[in-house]
Design a binder for this molecule. Structure first.
Ligand SMILES: [Zn+2]
Length: 284
């Protein structure tokens, strides 16, 4: 499942590959992939003739600025990959059947195509008209908490918002309204690095440990983005983006294996409907 570092890697790849190019048209192979406007035709009409000028990331959403003419906004193209979505930048294959999991294809004035592939079909695309706002149109975006790398996400913020809650810290970290973009992998890894067990109630974690957790969150995200930049430098290979964290995970996906620090067996439990991994010795 793509998390913040993977989506950030895709964003950087899109900015290298697509900027300045004009969408000449497209084809929607699975109508429910288009979340807005309701009619697929309106989506295609809305994006056609628009130049891509910049890709942004907000949490796990991708958002492209569109321009009708220089200086005139054509709205935004929004993408959420959800579980299995991929964006594939490829040479034009018009007239050729795209791959089986292709849900949307957009073609550009340069002859290139952008394909949205999605095996599980939870991924969504939006065209936000210039008269509306992405926060208002794109479901969930308006409720996102601060970006981990923003000034708003300080250790003080983390302490004040999470520190008072009577729920497991892992659940709080996955809550996108508290902080945007952290998923299962990076929550588990950050909790290991800060020595906090995923089940520990927020209210029981003191200020110093929250400061440590804040630093750990930034560290694991930074490390993964850097790994993503090398391992997945070409987002055409985005099918390799499975959040393996460069294969150096401390606890994630390592149930039954020895802790890299103390050799105690890594445990896996269910928490908030997801699997949580931790070392019973290193994490309290
Ligand atoms: Zn350990």
């Amino acid at each position: 499942v793509p998390e913040l570092p993977e989506v950030e890697t895709v964003r950087r790849g899109l900015n290298q590959a697509t900027l300045g190019q004009i969408i000449q048209g497209g084809e929607v192979l699975l109508p429910r992939t288009i979340a807005y406007p309701d009619a697929v035709e309106s989506f295609l009409v809305g994006i056609t003739g628009q130049r891509l000028t910049q890709w942004h990331r907000r949490g796990k959403y991708l958002l492209a600025d569109l321009q009708t003419t220089p200086g005139e906004s054509g709205g935004w193209l929004g993408v959420h990959l959800r579980m299995t979505g991929q964006l594939l930048w490829c040479d034009g294959v018009r007239g050729v059947s795209p791959s089986r999991h292709c849900r949307v294809r957009l073609w550009f004035d340069t002859g290139k195509e952008l394909h949205f592939l999605d095996q599980r079909t939870f991924g969504r695309l939006w065209w936000v008209p210039p008269t509306e706002s992405p926060d208002g149109v794109i479901s969930g975006m308006g409720r996102l908490g601060p970006e981990p790398f923003s000034d708003a996400f300080s250790s003080t913020y983390l302490y004040q918002t999470m520190g008072r809650r009577r729920r497991p810290i892992k659940n709080a970290l996955l809550d996108q309204t508290l902080v945007a973009g952290i998923g299962n992998i990076y929550a588990d890894e950050a909790l290991f690095l800060s020595g906090i067990r995923p089940t520990t109630l927020c209210v029981r974690i003191g200020r110093q440990r929250i400061i440590q957790l804040h630093q750990s969150i930034l560290a694991v995200l930074t490390q993964s983005i850097e790994a993503g930049g090398t391992t997945f430098s070409d987002f055409r290979h985005v099918d390799g983006v499975n959040g393996n964290y460069g294969g150096v995970a401390w606890v994630y996906g390592r149930a039954g294996e020895p802790c890299r620090v103390c050799s105690m067996t890594i445990q896996r439990i269910k928490l908030a409907g997801r699997s949580a991994h931790y070392c019973p010795n290193c994490q309290r």
